[in-house]
Design a protein around this ligand. Structure first.
Ligand code: ATP
Ligand code: MG
Length: 228
């Protein structure tokens, strides 16, 4: 589903973020991504949703294959990037909810924008998704009225509303207390059990130790041997 072929990334100021990364991730996998601060985790994740690209002068390439849709970092257009991102849910450490919109509105927004759905369908889908993450009762609250754990659940619901092939989570529990962090991790496991692939960057060993999931680790831009 995801292939990285000799991917290197040097930022404009000369910072080397990725160095010859080769990687394959299959449909439906759950993968942890770890490594010290600055190791290149966020850069690697951005390559998947094509917010960053391999160095132009290198042969590096990212190929994404979502069933009958194929995306190639060497050829992709702006429309292609939009199509790719409709198939990927993204969750960040700092939630990134719109502060003047309710939980319901934050989650519904991307469905309203693409307008394939009727109002009744949107309402049904949003309420179902809020149910999956366990915050249906907070649907009319504004983000500032929610706890950190509730905000992250709302952000997960927003990421899941399109039934993505893949959920990317970049340190999603970094701002949460251990109890809420654990709840969020359980939601990711539930989402994965329903067939969505999950890639989660984390600094929290309690998640990746003693789980059956694959564990990738980065060191100074280099993908280390997999820890199985
Ligand atoms: N936009 C940018 N411009 C210049 N350098 C950058 C940029 N983004 C990241 N870097 C550099 O690239 C390297 C990898 O950064 P990246 O954010 O991918 O690391 P990370 O593993 O996600 O770290 P953290 O755990 O702190 O989030 C670092 O040296 C960082 O300073
Ligand atoms: Mg990061």
């Amino acid at each position: 589903m995801i292939s990285f072929l000799h991917v290197s990334k040097t930022y404009a100021c000369g910072n080397i973020a990725l160095s010859n990364v080769n990687l394959k991730i299959s449909k439906g996998e759950f993968v942890f991504l770890t490594g010290a601060s600055g190791a290149g985790k966020t850069t690697l994740l951005k390559m998947i949703y094509m917010d960053e690209f391999p160095d132009k002068k290198s042969s590096g390439q990212v190929l994404i294959d979502f069933g009958n849709e194929h995306f190639d970092s060497k050829k992709i257009s702006m429309q292609g990037i939009q199509a790719l991102r409709r198939k990927i849910g993204i969750v960040f450490q700092d939630f990134k909810l719109l502060s003047d919109k309710t939980v319901f509105e934050n989650v519904a927004l991307s469905l309203l924008v693409c307008s394939d759905y009727s109002q009744t369908e949107i309402k049904k889908k949003v309420l179902e998704t809020l149910g999956t993450v366990g915050i249906s009762q907070r649907k009319n609250a504004l983000p500032a009225e929610l706890s950190g754990g509730e905000q992250q659940r709302a952000a997960i619901a927003r990421a899941m509303i399109h039934n993505p092939y893949l959920l990317i989570a970049d340190e999603p529990t970094g701002n949460l207390d251990p109890e809420n962090a654990n709840e969020v991790f359980k939601i990711f496991q539930k989402i994965n059990a329903r067939g969505t692939a999950v890639i989660m960057a984390t600094h929290n060993p309690t998640f990746y130790q003693n789980t059956p999931h694959r564990h990738l680790t980065m060191k100074q831009g280099i993908l280390q041997r997999e820890i199985l």
